[in-house]
Design a protein around this ligand. Structure first.
Ligand SMILES: Cc1cc2nc3c(=O)[nH]c(=O)nc-3n(C[C@H](O)[C@H](O)[C@H](O)COP(=O)(O)OP(=O)(O)OC[C@H]3O[C@@H](n4cnc5c(N)ncnc54)[C@H](O)[C@@H]3O)c2cc1C
Length: 402
């Protein structure tokens, strides 16, 4: 079999899968190859997230996040319906538990309105009727939000694309080198210690937490590094399986770059709390030993220290939530007082790929970096699972236009 393709894609997370599917749909006669270093798809962020189909509550109007999330919500529900995959449009409540948070709800409400989400303001008594196990002073209800299984979506996108004889997927193959020439791009992959060279007219890298690594493998120094932030979850005891009808989110702390621990109904009928956000001791160091070389790489980055300094008080709280279940539980008890640390059970953590600039700024929006023949997805944190299909369309549009 020839090793020359029209396009090669790196990474079988939901973005790589959506790009493969979109490209194949538009170019059924082209030869397409996807390379993934793990033995199965969705092994990292895609298979370890909260499973929420976001509606776009938090994202600045006009940002790529707000546009793609809104379109992605529709696309994700439609894909699930058409392919008989699990989903539920259960809605989400953002619950204020103090007067300070009530005043911050105004800003969120205005953002929801600008993003056309049709939010509803929920009073204390309405909240009690709606969700008897949840306490709060006031809330915002966004009915559009839902839940799904992003691993199942990724698998079905790949299955749909690989029905074509022109599409192939190679698992357990890690990309080690990317060389761009005038007439093609060459990728060197390692499959169980055996090096293989493939060539393609174009390459699209969707490598998640290794996005900056692949950019550097092409000989380019990006103006950011990916910092791995671990999100720890707990699965709640079965008596909490139906603790709420909707997803329950706290009002995000403006000091904090993440959304705060939330109560999430999961496909499968159980409930999780999480995720917090602590520095991960390696890009894929979930529960196992740390990766010292990756820790060194992250800890020697000036941008990280500038970021941590900026959020120093929140950093301490996040670390506290990681070492103390009682403290973690206290964050949830603010809006669901009946949950205790004894109700916490192990649940797989996830590691977020977050681009951080040298100046210590978390890059807020989706970011792409391209050369003549290679496009890298540089920053695709949440809500990129929701937004994967619009991201894929935008990538292929850009390639078609260049
Ligand atoms: C804790 C957590 C909660 C989240 N919650 C939500 C949510 O509720 N809703 C939402 O919309 N988003 C959520 N997100 C974000 C969402 O999961 C990610 O934005 C999305 O999955 C990114 O997809 P991806 O394909 O870019 O990355 P990934 O899923 O990480 O896939 C990247 C793939 O590239 C492969 N790869 C990397 N390097 C190489 C190489 N050199 N050679 C070959 N293959 C390589 C990896 O093995 C991996 O399979 C969450 C993320 C986390 C971590």
């Amino acid at each position: 079999m020839s090793n020359r393709y029209d396009i090669a894609i790196v990474g079988a997370g939901i973005i790589g899968a959506a790009v493969l599917h979109e490209y194949q749909k538009r170019n059924p006669q082209h030869k397409v190859h996807l390379v993934e270093k793990e033995p199965v798809s969705a092994s990292h962020q895609t298979g370890r997230n909260s499973g929420v189909i976001h509606a776009g509550v938090y994202y600045p109007p006009g940002s790529l996040k707000s546009q793609y999330c809104r379109q992605g919500l529709e696309d994700t529900f439609a894909w699930c319906k058409d392919n008989h995959l699990p989903y539920e449009q259960c809605g989400k409540l953002i619950v204020a538990t103090s007067y300070d948070e009530v005043s911050r709800l105004d800003t969120l409400y205005a953002n929801c309105e600008t993003n056309d989400l049709n939010p509803q303001r929920v009073s204390h008594s309405m909240l009690q009727n709606m969700e008897p196990n949840i306490t709060g002073k006031e809330a915002i209800l966004v009915n559009a939000t839902g839940i799904t299984d992003y691993t199942a979506i990724t698998q079905s996108l790949l299955a749909s694309a690989t029905k074509s004889a022109n599409v192939s997927v190679q698992y357990s193959a890690q990309v080690h080198a990317i060389d761009e020439y005038d007439e093609c791009v060459s990728l060197v992959t390692d499959i169980n210690g055996i090096k293989r060279r493939i060539e393609a007219d174009r390459v699209i890298c969707c490598a998640g937490v290794y996005a900056d690594d692949l950019i550097m493998k092409q000989g380019i120094t990006p103006n950011f590094k990916i910092v791995p932030f671990k999100g720890e979850y707990y699965r709640l005891s079965p008596k909490f399986d139906n603790v709420s009808k909707k997803l329950i989110y706290p009002v995000p702390n403006p000091e904090m770059p993440f959304l705060g621990v939330h109560l999430t109904k999961m496909i499968g009928g159980y409930t999780t709390v999480g995720p917090n956000a602590v520095l991960a001791p390696g890009r894929e160091a979930y529960d196992a030993l740390p990766s010292y070389s990756e820790m060194f790489r992250t800890l020697s980055y000036q941008g990280l220290w500038r970021l941590l300094w900026q959020f120093k008080s929140s950093v301490l709280c996040e670390v506290k939530s990681s070492v103390s279940q009682a403290y973690y539980a206290s964050l949830v008890q603010k809006y669901c007082p009946s949950i205790t640390p004894e109700d916490f059970h192990y649940y797989r953590p996830g590691i977020r790929a977050q681009a951080v600039s040298k100046t210590g700024k978390m890059m807020g929006d989706f970011e792409f970096l391209s050369t003549d023949r290679v496009l890298h997805v540089g920053n695709a944190p949440s809500p990129a699972a929701t937004s994967a299909m619009p991201i894929a369309r935008a990538i292929i549009d850009e390639m078609d236009a260049s």
